[in-house]
Write a protein that binds this ligand. Structure first.
Ligand SMILES: [Cu+2]
Length: 373
């Protein structure tokens, strides 16, 4: 059996344990006639018995139990607490706690996550270029962790095991704490994550988050959102079974992201996916300006698809000129089908032909039409 099929079967089994079998033909946004359409398509040739990875109809993830909702998380920026130093500079402070916590990453699929502040991804830390940043890190997990920030700082503040251990830095043991302090530079969209080995495990368990440094003069007014592209290896075989943006597979299919027509949308997109070398972001029926790493105020490309390796990130800016439901997803079809898909809902979709995007998944190169996974 190929790796892909075994991953598929595993996912199907996990979902089946707590839910009716998911079908990709349910891959239509809620509130636009999706579920009804799904039923109408169930007789589509060749799909009987094939376990697609769409959301389980009638079931949804318990966001309250998770402690976070991916819809709220999109626009949830953590600015910390600020005060002025004697020098006149702004000091910005946060407290971050590592905690082990079970979360639901797709309907019925539980995962023993390691988290920063109880959520995956961790808080989106946001500061302004040139500020002094201070982060008190407390390790309440049963495992040693660190916070390694992308940015410019001293070795002692790098969150690297083995560096500065005699000064309390390096690996932070359970029950211990350390305060990271450095300047906010350069401006852009960055990330932070644990750097304890085995690295792939510590990261894929959920210890990461976006770290945004705004340029001194800011950016134009926009509806801003954070999208952390991630995945979950639910059976610990070093391959992902669930792919997502902001953790919950298919969440933005279930709850399309409401945006206004003709309003500037700014996405901070960060790829922290483990085990797969690349990830991608594609939007339907539109193009965006691409600012790689967000470190320039000039876009480098006008496109509708970007590729990111692990740790790469970007700012994307676009406007939707027409009302309707517009899909966004990894242009790695396997990821899209295993959770990394969503919709932007612009204006009133009922008046403008709501989505029928699921058809694109009917003829997959592996395990598609006619396959019995
Ligand atoms: Cu760790």
């Amino acid at each position: 059996m190929s790796e892909l099929l075994s991953r598929r079967r595993m996912l199907g089994g996990a979902l089946a344990a707590g839910a009716s079998l998911p079908i990709v033909h349910g891959l239509l946004p809620q509130g636009s006639g999706g579920p009804q359409r799904a039923g109408a398509m169930s007789g589509h040739a060749g799909h009987d018995g094939f376990v697609h990875a769409g959301f389980a109809p009638g079931r949804s993830v318990d966001h309250r139990a998770n402690g976070f909702n991916p819809t709220a998380l999109l626009r949830d920026f953590d600015y910390g607490k600020t005060r002025r130093l004697a020098s006149g500079r702004v000091l910005r402070e946060w407290e971050i706690v590592a905690q082990d916590r079970e979360i639901e990453v797709a309907p019925g699929v539980k995962y023993e996550a390691w988290t920063y502040n109880g959520r995956v991804p961790g808080p989106t830390l946001r500061a302004r270029e040139g500020e002094r940043l201070r982060l008190r890190f407390l390790n309440a997990s049963e495992h040693p962790h660190t916070i390694h920030f992308h940015g410019i700082h001293t070795a002692l503040m790098d969150g690297m095991p083995g560096i500065g251990e005699n000064r309390g830095a390096g690996q932070i043991e359970p029950g211990a704490e350390f305060t990271y302090e450095f300047d906010a530079e350069p401006f852009g969209v960055h990330l932070y994550h644990c750097h304890v080995s085995p690295l792939a495990s510590h990261i894929s368990r959920g210890l990461y988050g976006a770290f945004i440094i705004d340029p001194k003069k800011g950016r134009p007014e926009a509806d801003e959102m954070v999208m952390v592209m991630n995945g979950f290896d639910t059976n610990f075989d070093l391959a992902n079974e669930i792919y997502a943006v902001n953790t919950v597979g298919f969440h933005y299919i279930n709850e399309p992201i409401q945006v206004a027509r003709d309003e500037l949308l700014r996405l901070y997109v960060v790829n922290v996916l483990e085990f797969d070398p690349i990830n991608s972001f594609h939007v339907h029926a539109n193009f965006f300006q691409h600012y790689p790493t967000g470190t320039s105020l000039q876009p480098s490309e006008f496109t509708d698809t970007i590729i990111q390796g692990q740790g790469q990130r970007a700012i994307l800016e676009m406007k939707f000129p027409f009302d309707g439901d517009y899909m966004f997803h990894a242009h790695v079809s396997e990821f899209a089908e295993l959770g990394w898909s969503g919709f932007f809902r612009v204006g009133d979709p009922a008046r403008h032909g709501s989505a029928a995007a699921a058809a694109m998944y009917c003829e997959l190169p592996w395990g598609g039409a006619g396959s019995k996974a």
